[in-house]
Design a protein around this ligand. Structure first.
Ligand code: PLP
Length: 394
């Protein structure tokens, strides 16, 4: 075993000057275990990934079963393999009929790249409209449509013809015109600090897109796979996108993403040029098996039905006059404080006492929690006690 911090800091690329530096030997359910036996409650699910907990036995079994059959056999889209087929059948069966065709990718950001390319290819237009403070990933295309200027400026030039509207501001929908290829939006903004739109906003956005022949892309990479109490957050708003992206929790702990559309739209990746999006590992059979098991677990354990009750319990317990605002949908939370420093101290203090919380990329005054949906009421109570003690010490 090698938990050498010098190796970690010198031989593994560092993207922050202050990584959490937590040594992790094992993870199971909602817990992470350090080599010294210390146990941490993972209240962020590895950032919205372990929605059914770490190492769910059915996911592990599905992975092992697939390992005994085959690993990678061919680049995307040539051989017929059982596990991507079964996953596509299952996933599209859970979605509205308009979302019937999946392109499987390796990550969320690759799903975003594919979705943007598909929208440009289908409409023959180039203009992309995104939202201020959005986060869609870190590759050039995804970065171009993300809002955080401080993360972008060093990498220009980025994609041309990208415009930003304010999230949840109806008047800005007038930016959408016949020139627009697509609007990409998180139905609930994640890294902006859990921003929930008003009931009508997404409906009006859908109407405006229809009026101008613009494709609507919902990025549900963070909000999907049960996080908000529905399989996908768009179900809260009764608005169906033309393209849906999913990743993170989809793979049950393995790297997996997808962009999903209709057969008619998706078919534009087949011609002019053929191979409209290429990937070697996208749709990897082991990852697809893990994803299929994840969806089955959510269904068989009735996890969606428990989300609202558990979310409410957190909200009822985490009351403190230092908490200025709570933003929540399902089990996706932001707790707002007066200062960034307070947030930093709470996250550190919670970690010391065995509870993992985390910050947001574009909302420094709030911390996030997004626990596994499998967390029990007793565990919620225990976690909230530790968080409240940390808040008390400010
Ligand atoms: N879109 C959203 C809404 C996200 O939250 C993220 C990651 O946090 C991404 C896209 C990028 O996904 P990935 O990190 O898997 O590339």
């Amino acid at each position: 075993m090698n938990f050498n911090h010098t190796t970690f800091l010198k031989n593994i690329a560092q993207t922050t000057a202050s990584p959490m530096l937590l040594d992790i030997e094992k993870a199971e359910g909602i817990y992470l275990y350090a080599p010294n036996g210390k146990k941490y409650m993972d209240l962020i699910s590895g950032v919205a990934v372990s929605n059914i907990g770490h190492r769910h036995p059915r996911v592990i079994k599905a992975i092992k079963d697939q390992l005994d059959k085959h690993l990678h056999v061919m680049v995307y889209g040539e051989y017929v393999q059982s596990s991507p087929n079964l996953l596509a059948e299952k996933l599209t069966g859970l979605l509205p009929k308009e979302l019937s065709c999946c392109y499987f990718t390796n990550s969320g950001t690759e799903a975003i790249e594919g979705a943007l390319k598909l929208a440009k290819r289908y409409t023959g237009r180039t203009q992309i409209i995104s939202c201020e403070r959005a986060y869609h990933g870190s590759t050039h295309g995804a970065l171009s449509i993300s809002g955080n200027e401080s993360k972008k400026q060093a990498f220009r030039p980025l994609l041309p013809d990208v415009k930003f509207m304010r999230f949840n501001v109806v008047e800005d929908l007038n930016m959408i015109t016949d020139e627009t290829a697509c609007v990409i939006i998180e139905p609930v903004q994640g890294d902006a600090g859990v921003r929930i739109p008003s009931k009508n906003y997404l409906k009006l956005l859908r109407q405006k897109c229809n009026m101008h022949g613009v494709l609507l892309i919902f990025d549900e990479i963070q909000t999907g796979i049960g996080r908000t109490g529905k399989l996908f957050a768009f179900e809260h708003f009764n608005v169906i996108p033309d393209i849906l992206t999913s990743a993170k929790a989809l793979g049950g702990g393995l790297p997996m993403g997808t962009f999903i559309s209709s057969y008619e739209i998706m078919h534009h990746l087949t011609h002019n040029p053929m191979l409209g999006h290429i990937t070697t590992f996208g749709g990897n059979p082991v990852c697809c098996s893990a994803a299929l098991a994840t969806l089955q677990v959510i269904e068989d354990e009735n996890l969606l039905d428990q989300v609202e009750k558990k979310g409410k319990l957190f909200e009822q317990l985490l009351v403190h006059d230092k908490i200025k605002e709570v933003r929540r949908l399902g089990l996706m939370f932001a707790f707002e404080f007066e200062t960034e420093n307070e947030v930093y101290r709470i996250v550190q203090e919670c970690m010391t006492h065995g509870v993992i919380c985390f910050w947001f990329l574009s909302c420094p005054n709030s911390f996030r929690i997004a626990p596994p949906l499998t967390i029990t009421e007793a565990e919620i109570t225990a976690a909230c006690n530790i968080i409240l003690t940390a808040v008390d010490q400010l």
